[in-house]
Design a protein around this ligand. Structure first.
Ligand SMILES: [Cu+2]
Length: 64
């Protein structure tokens, strides 16, 4: 399990956008996002931090 901090999320739509992009990464099984704290938790196998950063960027946000 890997934990990241995402900046710029303000509501559940932001969380949904991040979740959907990160879930699309090969090997990712479970994604959870806490908008209040900006915490992104990713469970799976074989994915890289770079892939998570790219997916978060694709959703329109950034890792802290
Ligand atoms: Cu939002």
């Amino acid at each position: 399990m890997s934990t990241y901090t995402v900046t710029g999320m303000t509501c559940s739509h932001c969380a949904a956008a991040v979740t959907s992009e990160v879930e699309a990464i090969e090997g990712v099984h479970v994604v959870s996002v806490d908008v209040e704290t900006g915490t992104l938790t990713v469970e799976g196998d074989g994915f890289t931090d770079e892939q998570v950063a790219a997916a978060v960027d694709e959703a329109g946000y950034a890792l802290a």
